[in-house]
Design a protein around this ligand. Sequence first.
Ligand SMILES: Cc1cc2nc3c(=O)[nH]c(=O)nc-3n(C[C@H](O)[C@H](O)[C@H](O)COP(=O)(O)OP(=O)(O)OC[C@H]3O[C@@H](n4cnc5c(N)ncnc54)[C@H](O)[C@@H]3O)c2cc1C
Length: 265
Amino acid sequence: MLRFKQYYRVETIDEAYELNQKKANHIMAGNLWLRQQNRTIGGVIDLSDLGLDQIEETEDAFVIGAMVTLRQIECSEALAQYLNGAARESVRHIVGVQFRNLATVGGSLYGRYGFSDVLTLFLALGAKVRLYHTGEVELADYVDQKLDRDVLEAVILPKKVEGCSYQCIRNSETDFPVLTCCMAKVNGVYQGTIGARPGRAVLFRDETGLLKDGINEESVAAFADYVRTHVVTGSNYRAGAEYRRKMSGVLTKRALMAIKEGGLN
Ligand SMILES: Cc1cc2nc3c(=O)[nH]c(=O)nc-3n(C[C@H](O)[C@H](O)[C@H](O)COP(=O)(O)OP(=O)(O)OC[C@H]3O[C@@H](n4cnc5c(N)ncnc54)[C@H](O)[C@@H]3O)c2cc1C
């Protein structure tokens, strides 16, 4: 059980940032991952009063506050329409509705968990994170940075996505995924992620132009083969490395064909 000595309900992000510089303090979002630890910490910093629980749509981006829950992502009509249902698909298998009513986007991306469906999705879509101290950082860079004591304010999803599809494999519904995949056409170029390898999601850009003439059987097979041969997979009690490797090609194909069909996942 997690125990803490102080509870800070902050009124400004600056206050949250200052408190978070003390090693003993930790930001508490949905408190679903944090509470798994069995230790006593100094204080928890609650961001609930900062208005970070909104999904805002501007002309050129979606700005998703760090305290937006996975359920809000799942139920957002604007995101569903823009992403062909991919955002909904990425979170709907995570534990259950009550859980998704608490788990946040900020907690999910800050943690950069290997199993993360949320990271798999946003990384493929070319998202950025807005950090209070550092400013805006490409998620593709953030994913490899060490966990630090900055405050994640929001996820910015530039409106450059022209198609996307989310796919995953789970041994049983609501379990952690065995493998995750999101393919997207961003700013005219195809890119995709493979996550739960079981390591953190990795991004594959179509740098050699395998899909430059569009999605057809040959180009899909070639890109799926590229992903399958380059992805680094591992084994755990959910699946073996070789199975994951093979399925990375399968999910890539499925996702690309779903984009071609243009329908919901
Ligand atoms: C049993 C279980 C099953 C799960 N299954 C899945 C799954 O299948 N797929 C999936 O994608 N995810 C899964 N998750 C992860 C879950 O969806 C959330 O990502 C996770 O709980 C963290 O979100 P939270 O809001 O609970 O964050 P918390 O637990 O409150 O915080 C997590 C970490 O992030 C830090 N943090 C939180 N918010 C911020 C911020 N704004 N700025 C800086 N640091 C911050 C905290 O200090 C802490 O270190 C699972 C989690 C659990 C406990």
